[in-house]
Design a protein around this ligand. Structure first.
Ligand code: GTP
Ligand code: MG
Length: 328
């Protein structure tokens, strides 16, 4: 079996097989996955990421398929990550998405990957962000991430995108209220899909009203695009708006700002993950944690002092730094 370094070298050399294996390695956090990501990091930062989110069944996969084809027509390569947080089985997610993305999966310039729920909270967004980097290093010009907009994990996923499309459909009822937060926070382009259905124009007006009332709107007012994904209607217009948003971000320094903010969050998450990993190991092997729990329950020790004791090394480092600063 190829080592992680070999896989990185083969993938960077253009092997799709190595690319797929590399993603599996990183997705499952198998040994060597951090090493692999370290190796390819310098090759990342070139791809443009598009996030597609919205309620279940709103047509996200169909839109992903059509947008991908439109981008391909312009001569760019595309990586697609379809995240299904509701399915614990990657196989199941794969099957449904493959059906709706039939045409693009047979295109050599497109690589499609489905991802399902990971064991831990935040695991899915970590795996997605790593996969984005791998596809980026592999040389994909655009990366499209599809996810159902529900929990925090999905919001974190969509934050890895440069341009986010928020999908809604006519006849959602109360769900329109749930969309409101998304419109304020993450939607760069609002898509009204299934516009063949009754109520599409009313939905456009409602969304417009929400935008009018958004106090935190910046220089970019999210455009509202009506689409009929199944027939491909509105897709060229939508793709133009994506390109326009990219241009807007690039010209106004917004892209570097967005990416710096993302790097900052990523670094913090990684540090927290590392610290938490070692603390768990320490508690398990070194500190006789079970005994401590008994003592805490018996009121022979309080949990606050114990937590302070375990994290004392960090407190010490911080205090020393403060001391150094004061001394200067
Ligand atoms: N009438 C109509 N149906 C559409 C349109 N776009 C998609 N659909 C249909 O809506 C259904 C769901 O489409 P998907 O693309 O799978 O939606 P999705 O948001 O990816 O679904 P999940 O990933 O399961 O949340 C499919 O049967 C599509 O054919 C449209 O513009 N009009
Ligand atoms: Mg889908």
């Amino acid at each position: 079996m190829a080592t992680p370094s070999e896989l990185v070298a083969e993938a960077l050399g253009g092997s799709v097989r190595a690319l797929a294996k590399l993603i599996t390695l990183v997705e499952n956090e198998m040994s060597g996955s951090t090493e692999a990501l370290q190796k390819l990091y310098a090759q990342t930062g070139r791809a443009y990421t598009i996030g597609i989110t919205g309620p279940p069944g709103s047509g996200k996969s169909t839109l992903t398929d059509k947008i991908t084809r439109e981008i391909r027509k312009k001569g760019f390569t595309v990586g697609v990550i379809a995240v299904d947080p509701t399915s614990p089985f990657t196989g199941g997610a794969l099957l449904g998405d493959r059906l709706r993305m039939q045409e693009i999966t047979s295109d050599e310039g497109v690589f499609v990957r489905s991802m399902a729920t990971r064991g831990t909270l935040g695991g899915l967004s970590k795996a997605t962000s790593a996969t984005v980097k791998i596809l980026d290093a592999f040389g994909k010009d655009f990366i499209v991430i599809e996810t159902v907009g529900v929990g925090q994990d999905e919001v974190d996923i969509i934050k890895t995108a440069d341009t986010t499309l928020l999908i809604s459909v006519p006849g959602l009822g109360d769900e329109i209220q749930a969309l409101k937060a998304g419109i304020m926070e993450i939607g760069d382009i609002l898509v009204v899909n299934k516009s063949d259905r009754e109520g599409a124009d009313r939905l456009v007006s409602e969304l417009n009203l929400m935008l009018d009332l958004n106090p935190s709107m910046g220089a970019w007012r999210p455009p509202i695009i009506k689409t009929m994904a199944t027939l491909g209607e509105g897709i060229p217009d939508l793709t133009e708006k994506i390109i326009a948003h990219r241009q807007f971000l690039q010209e106004g320094n917004g892209l570097s700002k967005k990416r710096a903010e993302r790097a900052r969050e990523e670094i913090l998450n990684l540090i927290e993950g590392e610290v938490s990993k070692y603390i768990h190991k320490m508690l398990k092997y070194d500190l006789a944690f079970d005994e401590t729990i008994e003592q805490v329950v018996a009121r022979k020790q309080d949990p606050y002092s114990y937590a302070q004791k375990v994290t004392e090394p960090f407190a010490k480092v911080y205090q020393n730094r403060q001391g150094e600063k004061a001394g200067n």
